[in-house]
Design a protein around this ligand. Structure first.
Ligand SMILES: [Zn+2]
Length: 116
């Protein structure tokens, strides 16, 4: 009697749901669980208007992390709210123009704490 007989090692991998060998399993792959983001009320956004080259002004949102917040979606939402372009640079969102008040209100309405 081999050392491994009767253990999982001499059984090919079986599906956990239908118990067929994985080669015969026809189960649908399980959908990815939706990502759970951190509650906005536990995050503080720091916003500031900064001057860029050629007299351009941008409103910069810092302090939010891509691990906690869907930053691409937030950026899209803020761009739409301001009717302005913008970009996402790492964890920093930039919206064109001096939009401090509008962005503050928008973030606060989403539940974020806002500084600046
Ligand atoms: Zn299966």
């Amino acid at each position: 009697m081999g050392l491994l007989s009767g253990t999982v090692f001499d059984r090919p991998p079986h599906c956990e749901r239908c118990d067929l060998p994985e080669t015969e399993c026809r189960c649908e792959p399980e959908p990815e669980p939706p990502k759970v983001w951190k509650s906005p009320s536990k995050q503080t956004a720091r916003i500031a208007v900064e001057n860029r080259k050629h007299g351009r002004r941008v409103t910069v949102i810092r302090g939010l992390s891509a691990a906690d917040t869907d930053l691409p979606e937030l950026q899209t939402l803020l761009k739409n709210a301001c009717g302005a372009g913008g970009k996402l640079d790492g964890d920093v969102i930039e919206i064109q123009g001096g939009q401090l008040e509008r962005i503050r209100l928008e973030l606060q309405s989403l539940g974020y704490r806002v500084r600046g």
